[in-house]
Design a protein around this ligand. Structure first.
Ligand code: XMP
Ligand code: MG
Length: 180
């Protein structure tokens, strides 16, 4: 049913799974023996978060944060409003931020600075998708990247258009008539 709105599939379920398994193995190695808090950014990262933590064979805490970025509809401004904050104290703990996609980098740049201010022992970023072409905050370099995508608006596997399509099992590009 949802398929009819999709122009083309950019990342198949198999490719997503392969990326998640690869990242999970790397994270398991890098965080073994550390007190890690995995922070998922709602709502886009919820699907990726559920999959990636099950590939991490270490003790970890999970928490979520919901933020909204002020600005135009299509681009974040860097001024971030916290809708739901963490319930976990970060002081002295290693924080792994899990995000669906990095675009300009403004949202994550704000969060990384906030978590450092809260005295996290380290702050690293794991994103399923990266749109490097669109980066404005040049020093925001994600530590773990699933896949790079071109500068197109993508939906599926957590990512939405007007809150829909998050439940697609793949990542795709919408047909122009859907968003025009
Ligand atoms: P910045 O620009 O701060 O924004 O890196 C990251 C946030 O922008 C959203 N975003 C997208 N959402 N398809 C989406 O569904 C996209 O192609 C896309 N590009 C950016 C996303 O919410 C991310 O957290
Ligand atoms: Mg998001």
């Amino acid at each position: 049913m949802l398929d009819k709105d999709i122009e083309r599939v950019l990342v198949s379920p198999e490719e997503i799974h392969a990326a998640v398994v690869r990242l999970g193995a790397q994270l398991t190695q890098d965080y073994r023996g550390k007190e890690v808090v995995v922070v998922g950014i709602l709502r886009g990262a919820a699907v990726f978060m559920a999959d990636i933590v099950r590939e991490m064979d270490i003790y970890l805490d999970i928490d979520f944060m919901d933020v909204s970025s002020y600005g135009e509809e299509t681009e974040s401004s860097g001024e971030v409003k916290i809708i739901k904050d963490l319930d976990t104290r970060l002081e002295g703990r290693h924080v792994l931020v899990v995000e669906d996609i990095i675009d300009t980098g403004r949202t994550l740049n704000y969060l990384v600075e906030l978590f450092k201010y809260r005295k996290a022992a380290s702050v690293k970023v794991c994103t399923l998708l990266d749109k490097p072409e669109r980066r404005i905050v040049k020093n925001l370099i994600p530590d773990y990247v699933g896949l790079e995508v071109p500068n197109e608006f993508v939906v599926g596997y957590g990512l939405d258009f007007k809150q829909k399509y998050r439940n697609l099992p793949y990542i795709g590009v919408l047909k122009p008539e859907v968003y025009q």
